[in-house]
Design a protein around this ligand. Structure first.
Ligand SMILES: C[S@@+](CC[C@H](N)C(=O)[O-])C[C@H]1O[C@@H](n2cnc3c(N)ncnc32)[C@H](O)[C@@H]1O
Length: 353
């Protein structure tokens, strides 16, 4: 569902615009284009609304945009009415553009559409381009797995079918990509239905952090009920203190490595420092940030993974304050990202050292 206001004087165009070659194209959750636009504008990146789920900019902002799922450098734009798929020698032209952009580096090809109803109707057409382009493109080495491209210092070749009339080809260095998933849609597999969306958020957060609690590590989970995150931490062999006045699901309540503290997280302090602090509390973001900053100042945890709720209009203003408050608490290497499984919320990761 679209949320928030459009930036003043800026409206999503009825039909997709063509982004500029040499600029950047960003994908976001539908309805969050105004927030991404504002984030890019505040950092002087001169954004433009392209269509639902897509925002362009002239440059990459210094602070990675929280509302972008992924982004890439635009190398070639096909803007062809009545339909870009009818562009003469489309596959050959895409392959030659990628050769020029990627040269002798390792390439993983990805094709995607905006994450919208209209985009989803085009996704089979976008994906159908990968095989023929792959067969034609001549670069250093082709790989199927984006992680292999990242490990080899390679690039993700990007084919974005923005609308039936606009197709964009570009690339991003795999090590610098905001996401290795095509279009930033990192779908996580989950278990029982009631715990599944929360568990998917945690799995995606840990995947994007690139670190996770190991066997025997200690975790505190603030706002843990009904227990999706806690269950995933216990599955990893971690010891978990779940802090929430509400009940935990009966599937995990008696787990030997679990302690349930039925209290407000604001009244809780750990008996000794722990390895990991998790927080998915449904509470006001600035008060949650103050609480997490207190944990940082006391050195009560080494790593932080928190989901911060953003139901208000001025999401960017609140995010700026959250960032400042957490930095004031000594949290370092902070990332704030609206991940694929996040709705009106963002995921924060950070470490103490
Ligand atoms: C979105 S749910 C958490 C879901 C959980 N991460 C999971 O995986 O099942 C939010 C939780 O925050 C808890 N909560 C709200 N205020 C709290 C507080 N002051 N202290 C502790 N928990 C709180 C609620 O009781 C609720 O269970």
């Amino acid at each position: 569902m679209p949320t928030g206001r459009r930036p003043s004087g800026k409206r999503l165009p009825r039909q997709a615009r063509a982004p500029k070659v040499g600029g950047y194209l960003w994908l976001c959750r539908e309805g969050f284009e105004p927030h991404l636009f504002e984030e890019l504008a505040t950092q002087g990146a001169n954004p433009a609304l392209i269509t639902r789920g897509l925002v362009a900019s002239d440059s990459v902002p210094a602070a990675s945009p929280a509302f972008a799922r992924t982004g890439f450098l635009v190398g070639k734009v096909f803007d062809h009415a009545p339909g870009v798929l009818g562009f003469p020698d489309l596959v050959g032209t895409i392959a030659r553009s990628l050769e020029g952009l990627v040269r002798d580096r390792v390439l993983c090809l990805q094709a995607f559409t905006p994450d919208t109803a209209a985009g989803n109707r085009l996704s089979a057409d976008a994906e159908a381009l990968v095989k023929p382009v792959r067969e034609m493109v001549r670069v250093g080495r082709l790989v199927d797995d984006p992680k292999a491209a990242r490990d080899a210092g390679g690039v993700l070749g990007q084919i974005c079918l923005c609308s039936p009339e606009v197709l964009v080809v570009g690339w991003v260095a795999a090590r610098e990509a905001l996401s290795l998933a095509p279009g930033g849609r990192r779908r996580m597999r989950t278990g029982p239905a009631d715990l599944s969306r929360a568990a998917a958020k945690l799995e995606e957060a840990l995947d994007s952090f690139g670190l996770e609690p190991g066997k025997g590590e200690s975790c505190v989970d603030l706002g843990a009920a009904p227990g999706g995150w806690t269950a995933r931490l216990l599955d990893r062999g971690a010891r978990v203190t779940a802090v929430d006045p509400a009940n935990l699901s009966k599937e995990i309540a008696k787990h030997p490595k679990l302690k349930h503290v039925r209290a407000s997280a604001f009244a809780y302090a750990p008996e000794e420092p722990v390895d990991w602090l998790f927080c998915d509390m449904a509470w006001r973001p600035l008060e949650v940030a103050q609480l997490l900053a207190k944990w940082g100042r006391h050195g009560w945890a080494d790593f932080l993974v928190a989901n911060v709720k953003l139901p208000m209009r001025d999401k960017n203003g609140v995010l700026r304050r959250v960032r400042e408050i957490l930095a004031g608490g000594g949290w370092k290497g902070m990332t704030l990202r609206q991940l694929y499984h996040d709705r009106d919320e963002v995921t924060v990761t950070a470490r103490r050292r």
